[in-house]
Design a binder for this molecule. Sequence first.
Ligand SMILES: [Zn+2]
Length: 85
Amino acid sequence: MMHVNPSSFDCSEVKRFLYEYVERELDANILIALDTHVISCPDCQKLTDSYREAKETPREHLKQPVVIPRDVKFEIVESLSQTGQ
Ligand SMILES: [Zn+2]
């Protein structure tokens, strides 16, 4: 699947595999190699922490359904047509 050398992982690999790394969807040896780098790299710790936070933050504003007031619109059209008669 991937042609990478885990022993040479650095920040660019963490960024490249950020999603898969946080989701633990990589081969075990790659996860271990990334873990090893992240543990020793404050920048990548911040990166993975902020990714996890963003993922786990409830998106309250997206829970509000967008209501299209179609009934209201029909009522207005109906009342207008009645007025016109
Ligand atoms: Zn790093």
